[in-house]
Design a protein around this ligand. Sequence first.
Ligand code: BGC
Length: 731
Amino acid sequence: MNELHAVDLAAGDPATWRITQHGFDVDAQHHSETVFTIGNGQMCVRGSFEEGYPDDHPAAFMHGVWDDMPVSVTELANLPRWWGVDLWFDGQRFRLDTGRLLSFTRSLDLRTGVLSRSVRWEAPSGAVVELGFERFVDFSSPHRAAVRVSVASDRPVRVRTRAGLDAHVENTGLLHWRLVGQDADDAVAWLHTRTRATGIDLGSACAVTLDGVEADAVAGGTDGVPTVEHTFELSSGRTATLTKQVAVVSGIDASSPATEASRLARDAAAAGWDALREASDAAWLRVWERSDVVIEGDPEAQVALRFSLFQLLIAAPRFTEHASIGAKTLSGFGYRHHVFWDTETFMVPPFSYTQPEIARNMLLYRWHGLAGARQKARANGRRGAQFPWESAGTGEEVTPTWMVDPGDQSTLVRVWTGDIEIHITADIALAVMQYWQVSGDDTFMRDHGAELVLDGAAFWASAATSEDDGHFHLRNVVGPDEYHDRVDDNAYTNHLAAWHLRTAGSVAVWLAERHPERWSELAPALDLDAAELERWSEVAQAMHLPVGPDGLLEQFEGYFALTDLDVAELRDPARTISMQQRYGFEGIAATQVLKQPDVLMLAYLLPEEFSGEALASNYAYYDPRTDHEHGSSLGPAISAVMACRAGEPEVGYQHFLRAARADLLDVRHNAGDGIHGASAGGLWQAVVFGFAGLEVTADGWHTTPMLPKHWTRVEFGFDHHGVHRRVVVEA
Ligand code: BGC
């Protein structure tokens, strides 16, 4: 286990705004690259070093810059490397795998998004050099970032610096860029590249300045790598500081992105580092004022929640309504930046409550994807909008059909989720309704939200099949628990579909009464008439929703007949792999073990459908059968809330910790692929909806707190119908 953040926890309050790493661990470098990702809601950059390191995974991504790829269809192209700075001391290149590393500290300030690193390094020539690195992505505007490197030495040393841009980047072996143009002068280097398949232009530029010493700048570079170089003698006791003001602009935002990037970089250099920092810090301050959650009595919980919020805030589309947050945010190559139900169910709620403009952008992203969703429904012989399981730039389905079996690299496994994990359509409707309820944003609902909900309902009404038993069924689906696929009547899916149909009926009435002009426009466009609305209510009423004794739901038809594994095996602390890896895809599907708590997810999202008794019996049955440790990273945060609702906050706290450690301590050994965005959003929900017990209803809001016993105080804010509310819960 990586001890990344644990180091400074004892240091008290300032440490709860910082992620600090003392010493460099090569084996954990991909993990720490992910953890030290910074960004501004438009562009993010992993914590890869300025000078590089063998086998690193350097990457920066920008919303909207998609390019085609085999198997997974499309991904965001890794941006030309703009944060690189190469340094030579007495002719010896600085890198952590050369010379001798005397000390290393890296620190991310969550308050301002500034990543800094101090390194003491002995060059092969014997000179001991102090290096200070700082970088941030301007949080106040979409396109700017800056890197600063200071160097000092214990003896006179000859220093050469090279700062520029590099188009020779890859997405784990795939090349996405063609070079269109480049140049450099003694102050600015720029690069114009274009994605190979989608033809998106990108301009990158950097303005380079050197302070503290006299040195001539020389423009240079090679094909695809324009640079600005300096060479100088550094006497002992002096510090030279190189500043690189960067701008990255895509053709989506400007007609001449390279020219625009050069202009922005030059302007930033003229304004200086401090001016940019001031603007960026002020923007962060405004965001934290609304988003921060204070937890007293538990520094680990405090720093983990701030870290999770930070990672969501830097990936969330703050400057566009044509992008959303992918499952692994903008911090790695995992899931190729595709957007899943993770977004609406786990990540949108914190934004709906604290940064409604961002939640709105994320929901508008789905609205812009309606054409793709309609096409998917049509292709499946359905009506309305069937949202893709994985979505990228256009709203079309981009789920790969096959994947390599992680347990046996020579075998391919069929991925069914893109075909039949249909619950996402209702998850999106739920996020829309939740946003509307807390924000009171009727304009959004009238112009966009209603269309999302209504067209999704049309899909459900056409997907449910009427059978001889007098009920409607949804057969051959995948529920949230992906250890079991191709199942019939998944309780989560059926209940959410029925909820969606009922809700859409009320939305139709609201729209027709309150905004008749919009209704008279939308009804014919979506083919909605009295008969269709009547069918929605009929399908909702007759949906197959069997309930067992004490309100126990069967996760899907035939689930209770599956083998019930020994709970002790599931809870065995020595196990380090998932139950699916242990038993294989078919093997685990024959058991009752769950990847994530399917029925309890339903109870979480639609609490009004569960009496106290039903909640207790479902919790008692399903919680012990869930692969909490190694199943889905989405589960633990929700299990934390459910444990609170079952009156067990200490059990909830254990689940909370699993989510809190998903990325900081890399408990699933895959954080190198990127941040687990759903777990991050779930963590906020665990605190606000679980431990603090916030509930917003049609009549207002209230809390039913249930803090873990060592938490002394929780404070957070949320926006309710445009009014910022503060909630303080004290033990
Ligand atoms: C989970 C899904 C999730 C996806 C992306 C899968 O492992 O089972 O629920 O949507 O990962 O995070």
